[in-house]
Design a protein around this ligand. Sequence first.
Ligand SMILES: [Zn+2]
Length: 409
Amino acid sequence: MSLLWIVADSVCADVLGCCGGPCRTPTVDRLAEQGTLFPRAVSAAAWTLPSLAAMLTGVYPHRLGLARWEQPWPAGRETLFDLAARAGRVVASFPFDPQFLFSRVPAARVAGSSQDTGRLLAWLREHRDRPYFAFVHYWWTHIPYLMWPLDTRRWRKATDVVLSALCAGPREREGVKRLYRHAVERFSESWLPRVLEAVDLDRTWVVIAADHGESWGERSGTDGVRQVFDLHGNDLAEEVLRVPILVRPPRGGPARRIEGIVRTVDLAPTLAELLDLGALPPDIDGASLARSVREGAPAVAADAVSVRNADFVTRLETPGSPSDLWTGYALTKPRQRLVWDVGRDAFDFFELEAQPSGTATVAERRSGEPPAALVERLRAEARRAVVGEFDAAESARTAERLKALGYLE
Ligand SMILES: [Zn+2]
C-alpha cells in the first residue's frame, strides 16, 4: 500500500467543517467520513520545523535538538522516510521550498516544491501503480494565505500587509481571519481534489494533518503582532497547539472520531504500523494509534508535551545549553494545560473546557496553582532536552534567505 501524507501548514482543528468549524471543506470532510478523525491532536511544537521533525521521527523536538531549518537531523535517528525506503516504498517529499525544509535530510528525497502542483501531480500519476511514501508540506494555508507561488519579495510584501492589518483593529483582524478561512477552503476544494484524482484511493492511505495552528494576537499579555512568529512559534496556546489528524485507509472505511488527546508524535509509529514499515526505535515518545484507526479504540496517551524555542532563527551563534534553546514547555492533558516559561521559571495553569459537542473548540481558562506532579513532569522533560548540531556558515546562508522571506527583521 502507498501513503499520501499531507501536512497543511497552520490549519487549526476547529476551522475544518468535519470538526464543526466554519470552513466549507466537503472534500476533507468526505475523507473524514471514510476514515478516522482525531480532532484533538496536540502539536509537539509551535512552529513548522520542530513540529515536522517530531512527526517524522515520533520524538519530541527538544530531544532532537532541532530548531533551525538547515540543521542536519540527528545522525542515527531513524525517520519514517528511512523505514519506508527500507520497506520498498518509493520515497518522495514535496516541501514548500526545497531550500528550507529537508535541505539537509537526504532520506526525505525531495522531488519538488509543493507549490509546483503540476510537478506533484505528475509524480503521483507516474507512481500511481507503485507502492510509494509521499510527504507533502502544503504551504498556502500559511500567512499570507494566498494560493499561488510567490517570489520572496512579493511574499514579504503580502505578509507585511496581513501583519499590519492584524494590528489595525478588530474589523481588520476579522478580515484577516476571513482570508485565512478562504485559504483553508481553497486547500480543501481547489487543490486537494486535483491531488486525490492522481491517486489510486483503493491502494493508498491518505493522511491529512497540520504542523500547528494559528493565533491572531488577541491574547492578553501578547504585545501585538509584529512578525510571523507572533502568529505561531512564540506561544504555546490552545489555538496554536491544537491540530487535526485524519487517516483514511485504502478503499475507505467506517467513519470514526476519536475525541481523546492524541499527539503529532504518534503519527510516525501509527503509520509505521499501518503500512507495515517495520518498527521505530523503542525510545521514541509517540505511541501507535493503529488500534484507533482499525477498531476505533480510545486514544491512549496520558498527556502531550509541546515546546517552543528561542529565536535562534535570527541569532546565528550556537545555543549554549538546552535551556538557552528550549524556552517554553506545555503539558496538555484532557482537561488541563500547564505552560512553563523556562527563563522566568513561571508556570501558567489552565483548565480546558470542551465547547458544545460537534465542534473541536476548547476554551482555556486560567486556573490556580498547578499540581506538583505536572510541574515535575515538565521539569523532567527539560532534563531530556538537547542542542542539536548548529553550523554557523550554513545558518548565515539560511538567514539571508529567511530575511528575504520576512521571517527576520
Ligand atoms: Zn508551519
